[in-house]
Design a protein around this ligand. Sequence first.
Ligand SMILES: [Zn+2]
Length: 299
Amino acid sequence: MARISLKDRIKEGLFLLDGAMGTQLFAHRIEAGTCNDYLNIEMPDTISDIHHSYFEAGSDAVLTNTFGANKYALARHGFAEEAVRINTTGAQIARRAAGQERYVLGDIGPSGDFLQPLGNLEPEELKHAFAAQAQALLTGGADGFIIQTMTALDEATIAIEAAKSVSGDLPVFASMAFDRAGDGFRTMMGVDVEAAVSKIVSLGVDAVGFNCGTLSLDEYVELAEKFVSAVKALSDDVAIYAEPNAGKPELVEGRAVYKVSPEDFAAAAEKIHSAGVNIIGGCCGTGPEHIKAVAKKLK
Ligand SMILES: [Zn+2]
């Protein structure tokens, strides 16, 4: 039986994403400072194993291991010239793991720099770089795109426009990373929930959400409630997604450690789902056991 398109599937109730890739690579003894994205070329079996572990845990989709695979982020590791190969291979690895039943989202993260005049990025060049990444992900077999951990609205806008320029009929997801700010939440660059949601929804995405950030599980639930009301005030068509971290990190021997149990994570996911979020996954600190606990509680 042919599966339904990802665009239709995300409108049909609960849809589970995966958990972190970086956290799992660390568990596989990949050292900090490694170019995680280049592991698509160097250690494809490890990446494939991680995708499989998420599908076994209950994920409906996995994200490609390409979060830092735009030419700017890759340049910091000396791999800018390898962007197309890293993205195409990353999508192929995830596609094989997903088979024909489940889905692959091509992961697009921030450049790590700022647009002019704050930073050095030139808008047209940035758009070209994101479009090249999205095209390579498409070539490798992605079913859609997920733009994540954005903190600046201008960069998020350019990434969404770039993905949409090559996506055709495939869906585009976009999320920003929020921190606590007074009574509400803002990204590191000062964007509040209403400003993020209204801009991202106006760009015609299929799903809008939040991921990462430095919040406790209770704060992620509160953010979900605010987020859902902001989206519902504008549109009933756009899906909403959440990928919280496994709570706030604690610094242990210079490394961020996340200590939230899978059960506590699943309890928060249940509240986030009740608030009106239909697409749920995990960001930093989450692993297959967190997704498994969410699947057990919600599916
Ligand atoms: Zn994260």
